[in-house]
Each structure stands twice: as C-alpha cells, then as structure tokens.
Design a protein around this ligand. Structure first.
Ligand SMILES: [Zn+2]
Length: 160
C-alpha cells in the first residue's frame, strides 16, 4: 500500500456509512470507531470534527468540503481496507482483540462467570470460563466459534 502513514488520532475513527464491514473488523481488533446512518457527507465531517476523529471514507466528494484529516479508503474489499487502515495508522491488531462491543463500540468489561449465569444459555455457561459484557447495550460476549473464525481470518490476512 503506497499511502503515506497518517497519525492515528487518540480519539479514534469516524467511518463513512458505506464502510460497515470494515467498521466491524476494526472493532474486532479493538479500535474505537463511530458508525451510523447519519455519518455521510457533512454529518460525517461534523461528527469527526466534534470528537477529533480520523475520517475513513470512499467518498471522493468529501475532499471538496474541506474536511478534517481523512484517510481515503482505496479498495472495495474489506480485507484490503483493513490492511490499509492498519498499515496507514500503525495499528497493532493483536493487542486489543475482542475488547470492544461490535454493535455499539463501547469498551467491554470483563465479568465473573457467576455474574453472567442468568444472561447466557446453560451450555455456554457450562463450557466457557471467560466472559465480558457491554455496559451500554448489555450484550454478553464469550470466546465462541465465531470469534475463532475471526481470529483465523486475521491470521490468514497476516494481521493477527
Ligand atoms: Zn454494546
């Protein structure tokens, strides 16, 4: 990837609504990314500016609107997109994997097994030892098959 490295703002990313799949993967590796239907065009610029976030977009028109710093995403393929962001921002994908809620972007809180007993299916409670919960949307996470598949995919991309 020939893009010049950009400085990762401590405040994280603001992703264009068109980049849903990339957003999910950035959250898998623990990155702080805001995302939503209102985050296109001026809405995206306003939100990024308000929180000093780096914009991720494939929208050529955005450059004409004098946006705050942005990283133009080159590929259509989320794997290439993920590679580009990791390379451009010097991210360390394996450091904070599964530390953030994939749905709402909140940092997860580790939970004692007993504390989630009533919140997870019995077979999960019986077979898992490590749990985390999202304090915002209340989803409970554990090391399930889909997490293994995601880690495998990161390894395939040589990112994990
Ligand atoms: Zn959540």
């Amino acid at each position: 990837m020939a893009s010049k490295p950009v400085i990762l703002p401590s405040a994280g990313f603001a992703a264009d609504f068109m980049l849903g799949r990339l957003v999910k993967w950035l959250r898998v590796i623990g990155q702080d990314v805001i995302y939503g239907r209102h985050l296109t065009g001026w809405g995206l610029i306003r939100a990024a500016r308000a929180e000093n976030r780096l914009i991720l977009t494939r929208d050529h028109g955005l450059k004409k609107k004098q946006p705050p710093p942005l990283l133009f995403i080159e590929s259509d393929d989320y794997r290439e997109q993920l590679r580009q962001v990791i390379a451009a921002c010097g991210l360390k994908p394996d450091e904070q994997v599964f530390s953030r809620c994939l749905e709402c972007n909140t940092v997860l809180e580790p939970k004692d097994k007993q504390a989630v007993k009533s919140l997870v299916p019995p077979y999960v409670f019986a077979s898992q030892e490590k749990f985390a919960r999202c304090p915002t949307c209340k989803r409970v996470y554990w090391a399930a098959t889909h997490q293994e598949k995601m880690l495998e995919e990161l390894r395939r991309l040589k990112l994990g």
